[in-house]
Design a protein. Structure first.
Length: 149
């Protein structure tokens, strides 16, 4: 079973507040061919605490990629993306925006904030599963990711 670049399971931080989307994403990733660990947080504030190893995430691993929803409570994905981009320790982590929004302004703003890619979530299960598996296959089998610091 393929793993990330250093032979360990791929570590994915899923920043998503919708439980149904979380379940679909987890199922697609678990059914894939990549050995991975999925960590989920529900908003940007918790994601930032996870990334910075702050309470209650002091022992959190550094993710290989971040799957980021844009529309969340407390701190949305746009705000989090800006903070990640402005932090040299975090900006090296690839961020894949995976959201329901198809608004051109969200797409443009996400890329302006240096998202690595922007994907609109398909509404049906089969297409959603295929998209998540494609993300996994591309980012962990094709792309060379940076070694963690």
């Amino acid at each position: 079973m393929p793993k990330n670049f250093n032979g360990n399971p791929a570590i994915i931080l899923l920043v998503e507040d919708n439980d149904a989307d979380v379940r679909l994403t987890q199922e697609a990733l678990l059914d894939g061919k990549i050995n991975n660990q999925i960590h989920r947080v529900e908003n940007g504030i918790d994601a930032l605490a996870f990334l910075r190893h702050e309470a209650p995430y002091e022992d959190s691993p550094r993710p290989d990629i971040i799957l980021l929803d844009l529309n969340m409570p407390r701190m949305d994905g746009r705000e989090l993306l800006k903070i990640i981009n402005d932090d040299p320790a975090l900006s090296i982590i690839p961020v894949i925006v995976l959201t329901t929004s198809e608004a051109e302004q969200d797409i443009s703003k996400s890329y302006a904030l240096r998202a690595n890619c922007y994907i609109s979530k398909p509404v049906d299960y089969q297409n959603f599963t295929e998209v998540v598996r494609s993300i996994e296959q591309f980012w962990f089998s094709i792309v060379r990711l940076p070694e963690p610091n």
